[in-house]
Design a protein around this ligand. Structure first.
Ligand SMILES: NC(=O)c1ccc[n+]([C@@H]2O[C@H](COP(=O)([O-])OP(=O)(O)OC[C@H]3O[C@@H](n4cnc5c(N)ncnc54)[C@H](OP(=O)(O)O)[C@@H]3O)[C@@H](O)[C@H]2O)c1
Length: 421
């Protein structure tokens, strides 16, 4: 087996890494980082792959598949990947080993994996004689997953906050009624969001006011095998008609606050309910992380949601905006601590693709998917190379820079955030 990489210019490698970064944005945010990969063939042909979420093949696997489909000789090709190939035997097998078996002679890595459980790919590749270069477009690869990395560093789950509100920002009317402000299509989407999370979290106010189940109830849809429609290939936790699901397949219901849920409430009767008697949002999240939850969906209400936003603990925000005006009523967020415009908590459209590509049924509501604007993140991605399939060899980006021979230090990370793969 040949292990002779075709030499490529830095500009060509940057083009390939840009394509990998763009491919990464096609994945969903959650327990796993966004990861993309590309294969740069000896003749400049470029194909890409991305990780489509927990339980699905890693980006390297998809890129290798795309390379095979395009007839690329991997033994003379260069693999560019936005995150160090893993070495662990999760649900998808170690990617470093896959690259060795495929005979890839050169791997260019944007940034090291901060997760000790997944890192080590560089050493595995190098010890087998693969040429490894790290640090190419590292800043962009870091920005792509900065909130995921923050969660790892803080030993907490990745947090998605869902707000279902009126046009004037209310989650309940003046008399407390809140069911339903948003449309059935929005509520179905929430059930699909729940199905992708490890836990669904509310404050005690919501638990007491609404008596929610916090289960993922997804109507079986187009799947021919009886499985829920899932055009993304993401593995939902429900796996079927959900009212009859085994409890273990459901996200963990979580209540945060000092008061207990009502004795006969759904949450009190569910033996899997976790009640965290605290008002410290980070402590609550770290407790959940210690229980193995890596991605939680927070569904309010105003008190808990406001506390999480104020503490900068919301990594992804999904707002369902119903064309309804409620005037007086409960605002979506309480206790934000914003007293002047300069203190406003700002958000940006999430550059990552929407995980739910199902056509909106009777979508009267507007769905906003946002990420915190506090730091620059991958949103300025200029490159929109094709996801899979071949991309024509191009001139590459301007102003090529040297590819560092050695990697920059990886961000510090807490030692317990195994990726859910
Ligand atoms: N439209 C929607 O999608 C939606 C979603 C959820 C809720 N709602 C509505 O919102 C209303 C409930 O609002 P809410 O604000 O009372 O709900 P909440 O945020 O669920 O509950 C507030 C309670 O959470 C506890 N808590 C835990 N950590 C906290 C923290 N760091 N800061 C503040 N409180 C913390 C406190 O309870 P303790 O005193 O027990 O500590 C607090 O009283 C209901 O009318 C419900 O129907 C609507």
């Amino acid at each position: 087996m040949s292990r002779t990489p075709q030499p490529h210019s830095t500009a060509a490698l940057e083009r390939a890494m840009n394509a990998a970064l763009s491919a990464a944005l096609r994945g969903p945010r959650g327990a796993n980082p966004l990861v993309g990969a590309s294969v740069l063939a000896a003749d400049g042909t470029l194909v890409t792959g991305h990780h489509a979420g927990a339980g699905t093949p890693h980006a390297e696997v998809e890129a290798v598949r795309a390379a095979h489909a395009a007839g690329i000789d991997l033994t003379t090709a260069t693999m560019c990947v936005t995150l160090e190939p893993c070495t662990h035997h999760g649900r998808t097998g170690p990617c470093a080993q896959l690259l060795l078996e495929a005979g890839v002679p050169e791997v260019v890595i944007a940034r090291k994996d901060p997760n000790p459980g997944a890192a080590g790919g560089i050493a595995v590749l190098e010890s087998a004689g693969v040429r490894v270069r790290t640090g190419l477009l590292e800043d962009r690869a870091t920005a792509l997953n900065d909130r995921w990395l923050s969660a790892v560093e803080q030993s907490r789950p990745f947090v998605t906050l869902k707000l279902a509100q009126s046009l004037d920002g209310r989650i309940a009317a003046a008399d407390g009624t809140s069911q339903w402000i948003t449309s059935p299509a929005s509520r179905e989407r929430v059930h699909r969001l729940r199905a992708l999370a490890d836990g669904v979290v509310v404050g005690t106010g919501t638990a007491l006011a609404d008596d929610p189940r916090l289960t993922a109830r997804i109507a079986a849809r187009a799947g021919t095998d009886g499985s829920p429609h899932d055009s993304t290939g993401l593995h939902s936790r429900t796996g079927g008609n959900t009212e009859e699901d085994t409890p273990a397949s459901q996200p963990v219901p979580v209540v945060v606050g000092l008061r207990a849920p009502a004795p006969n409430s759904h949450l009190a009767r569910n033996p899997r309910t976790v009640h965290l008697r605290t008002r410290d949002p980070l402590a609550a999240l770290q407790d959940l992380h210690a229980r193995g939850l890596e991605h939680v969906l927070v569904e309010g209400g105003a008190g808990l949601a406001g506390a999480l936003v104020r503490a900068d603990l919301v990594d992804s925000l999904e707002v369902h905006l119903a064309p309804v005006l409620l005037g007086e009523g409960r605002p979506a967020l309480a206790g934000l601590g914003v007293s002047t415009l300069a203190e406003a908590v700002r958000w940006l459209p999430d550059p990552a693709a929407d995980w739910d590509t199902a056509p909106p049924a009777a979508a009267t509501d507007t769905v906003l998917r946002l990420v915190p604007a506090a730091r620059d993140r991958g949103s300025s991605t200029p490159d929109h190379a094709p996801h899979t399939g071949t991309a024509p060899p191009g001139p590459g980006v301007a102003a090529p820079e040297a590819v560092p021979a050695a990697s920059a230090p990886a961000a510090s990370a807490a030692p317990h955030s195994p990726r859910k793969d």
